[in-house]
Design a protein around this ligand. Structure first.
Ligand code: MTE
Ligand code: HPA
Ligand code: MOS
Length: 763
């Protein structure tokens, strides 16, 4: 089935926040944000801005009627700065004016005098000063201290992964419209309508039942709107509540880039030990997460780094420690993979280092250590593994040795172009790591004409979740999909939702929909049994026909629905689903946090231009574990998009804050994202169909985040190509591998002696 949004998207008719027709009297907001990364506000002068053309009011923290607090997990983030600023881009004041242009012109007339305080932009520096957002976390399996003695080879090193700008095509924004009796309706570009509702409740002092959040769809979220959409909705709500007029704020791209947090950069240390057979016996990792100036979702992201620190490998002895470090950058936040990719990069780097020093192929170590069913992960969960299936199928389909030979042959014949290849297996856990969040509800109405309207907590952001939910209902009722409409996501219809995140949206909301539809279906079958005087077990609804004992009756879907209506049988249902089986004990750091895992293997090849340092990704060949996909077109889109986004993070997107904490890569001219030319020349995705029981909706495994991590392979394929040109290059694990870094590495002299002797020792 096609994505139900396909037609309106290509015709430009799909509605995003900025397309909502504004009501007469609507005012426009714009933010004055901190020009300094850390300091004490001595004086804020809004007087000239207040007199500026079209300005209705300039709002500061003093005007906030409720609490000036938007921290979701930890209350450490004011909506508007009071006496301190903690990052460049921190909102200080909000100008409300008759037009967008007037508001932004007035912002420029605000003056602030800030006494500077020391600025920290680096995670390790923050950790050294004890600037931690939450106490450190440690996951342990086996006993690494003992295990080092069993290792024939031990290697250690450090890695860096940079942040990543979400670059959703639709920027952040909100539109708050006052309703009668002090209620407010807010249109928000958010992944988490309930989070927005709660935040608005806090800052306005209104109860949640007075706050309606409505979301039609997002032009992308990628995690950036899981929590960080709250700010703009809260600002608009505060203004609308004070002025009793509708207030809209749709951020410009540079405002968005400057004021919002991104993927967390990580600095990490690793130590890996292997036995003579190249089995990884021990792994120690320490992660320093650059959280930015406030907690936001950092502690949850940190947790997922630990969950995924061994990626797709079984390692019997693991000690992984993680620090969330407070710096003077915008609060970093969720981004596709949610800390998982950062953890996986480190184990891949550790394996690369071991392979390099042992003079063997990285793939040999990778393959030897792939997870098997019933292996125990560092957090105690024993898993059902498809890791070998994916790897082996990739070998069977694409012939790993042949690709390797082709790369070698090319490199023998070419001096100025070199190819490299890498394999990237993945294993990603599906469920919110916070067990409490794994629930959803669905409200299904069947109208008397047989058409169906469904509301859930799912937010459509391009990932196709609405189509999948529609498919669930169409399948349960066995009716034409064009009889079904998915409603906007609205807190007055569906309450207390988790954000659309963790790749679990279709599973959670789809299952709630399945339960609701099944309930209505059972009522309809019961009614049929009574009406036709047949046994209920003999009844089937198929293609809008009512079948009894395999024979068509004169009843059809439409007639049966009408009959139910006249017989006063309820045609509506509100159902709740909570993922069974999952739990996690944080005091022990053990449990069964994930409903299931998603696997896959990618083979990535790259070519570098050894004169220029530029490169191309030649091909990405994947075997991905989809379970039993219910929508291959959508799932393929998710894989392709995820891969390109992952390659972007690993190879070209370079966030640069200067030492003063100012974002230098603050526009699309200075921040390079993958474009059509940087998309791999070839992407082949094989759907590994697995039919084992799992908790996915119709066994169709979640697909949103996992493919991003295939992009990590591009980093190592580039390293491989560099080595083909400069075999002695001691390449730092410092992502992204930009063309500049490629070039420097190509001509770097062997620096092993300078940087210290690698600690490989034979026992
Ligand atoms: N795909 C598109 N087109 N746009 C998005 O914003 N977000 C990603 C992924 N794929 C995103 C996307 C992220 S971060 C997540 S968690 C999942 O989709 C969320 O949706 P799902 O739970 O329905 O997979
Ligand atoms: N994934 C994504 N988003 C989240 C999670 C998670 O595990 N936990 C809280 N928000
Ligand atoms: Mo996705 S990072 O869980 O929104």
């Amino acid at each position: 089935m096609n994505n139900i949004d396909a037609k309106t998207h290509v015709r430009g008719q799909s509605i995003y926040l900025d397309d909502i027709p504004v009501i007469q009297g609507t005012l426009y907001a714009a933010c004055f944000d901190s020009p300094m990364a850390h300091g004490v506000i001595k004086q804020l002068d809004i007087s000239i801005a207040e007199q500026s053309k079209g300005v209705i009011k300039v709002i500061t923290y003093k005007n906030i009627m409720g609490e000036n607090q938007i921290g979701g997990i930890i209350p450490d983030e004011p909506l508007l700065a009071e006496h301190h600023v903690h990052f460049c881009g921190m909102p200080i004041a909000l100008v409300i004016a008759e037009t967008d242009e007037d508001a932004r012109a007035a912002v420029k007339k605000i003056k602030v005098d800030i006494d500077p305080l020391p600025i920290i932009t680096d995670a390790r520096a923050a950790a050294a000063k004890g600037e931690l957002i939450v106490p450190p976390r440690k996951f342990k399996l086996g006993d690494t201290t003992k295990a080092w003695n069993e290792c024939a080879y031990i290697f250690e090193g450090t890695t860096e992964t940079n942040g990543q700008e979400h670059l959703y095509i639709e920027t952040q924004g909100a539109y708050a419209v006052p309703q009668e009796n002090n209620s407010i309706k807010i249109y928000s570009s958010t992944q988490g309508p309930t989070a927005v509702q709660k935040t608005v409740s806090k800052v306005t002092g209104l109860a949640m039942h007075q706050i309606e959040i409505d979301v039609t769809r997002l032009g992308g979220g990628f995690g950036g709107k899981e929590d960080q959409a709250n700010t703009w909705a809260a600002l608009c709500a505060v203004a609308a509540h004070i002025l009793k007029r509708p207030v809209k704020y749709a951020l410009h791209r540079m405002e968005d880039m400057r004021m919002t947090g991104k993927r967390h950069p990580y600095s990490s240390d690793f130590r890996i030990g292997l036995n003579k057979d190249l089995k990884i016996m021990a792994y120690e990792a320490t992660f320093y997460q650059n959280a930015g100036a406030a907690a936001d979702l950092s502690s949850a992201v940190l947790e997922r780094t630990l969950f995924h620190c061994t990626n797709s490998y079984y390692i019997p002895n693991v000690t992984a420690t993680a620090y969330s470090c407070r710096t003077n950058l915008p609060p970093n936040t969720a981004f596709r993979g949610f800390g998982g990719p950062q953890g996986m990069f480190v184990i891949e780097a550790a394996i690369a280092k071991a392979a390099d020093k042992l003079g063997i192929d990285k793939t040999v170590i990778q393959q030897k250590n792939l997870l098997q069913t019933d292996n125990e992960l560092p957090y105690g969960q024993k898993l059902v593994s498809e890791a070998h299936e994916c790897w082996n199928k990739a070998d069977e389909l694409y012939n790993i040795d042949k690709i390797k030979n082709d790369v070698e042959n090319f490199n023998k014949k070419n001096n100025l172009y070199k190819k490299g290849m890498a394999l990237m297996p993945i294993c990603f856990g599906i469920s919110f790591t916070n067990t409490m969040m794994n629930h959803a509800r669905s409200l299904v109405h069947v109208y008397s004409d047989g058409s169906v309207n469904i509301s859930t907590g799912a937010v459509e952001m391009g990932q196709g979740v609405n189509t999948k939910i529609l498919q669930v209902a169409a399948q349960i009722f066995s009716i034409n999909p064009n009889k079904i409409k998915i409603n906007t996501t609205n807190t007055f219809r569906i309450a207390n939702t988790s954000p659309s995140a963790a790749s679990a949206t279709a599973d959670l909301n789809g299952k709630a929909t399945l339960i609701a539809c099944t309930e209505i279906l059972n009522r309809l079958k019961q009614l049929t049994a009574e009406e036709l005087k047949v046994d209920v077990t003999s009844i089937q609804l198929k293609n809008e026909k009512i079948i009894v004992d395999g024979k068509e009756t004169e009843l059809d879907w439409q007639k049966l629905v009408m009959l139910a209506f006249t017989k006063r049988v309820s045609l509506s249902e509100h159902a709740h689903y909570a993922t069974p089986e999952i739990y996690f004990d944080k005091t022990k750091e053990k449990g069964h946090p994930f409903a299931y895992h998603v696997y896959g293997t990618a083979i990535i090849t790259t070519t570098i231009d050894c004169l220029r340092g530029t490169y191309e990704v030649d091909s990405v060949k994947v075997v991905h574990d989809f379970g039993s996909s219910i929508n291959k077109a959508i799932d393929l889109g998710q894989i392709e998009g995820g891969i390109v986004q992952g390659i972007g993070w690993m190879t070209m997107e370079e966030i640069i804050y200067d030492k003063d904490g100012k974002l230098r890569s603050n526009a699309l001219s200075t921040y390079k994202v993958p474009d059509i030319y940087s998309v791999p020349k070839e992407m082949i995705i094989h759907f590994l169909h697995t039919d084992k029981d799992n908790l996915a909706i119709f066994k169709s495994k979640a697909v949103g985040e996992p493919p991003l991590m295939y992009g990590i392979g591009a980093y190592f394929a580039l390293c491989d190509a560099i080595k083909a040109f400069n075999p002695s290059a001691d390449i730092k694990f410092d992502a992204p591998m930009t063309p500049e870094k490629v070039l420097l590495n190509l001509y770097k002299k062997n620096s092993i002696a300078v940087s210290g002797v690698p600690i490989a020792h034979q026992v």
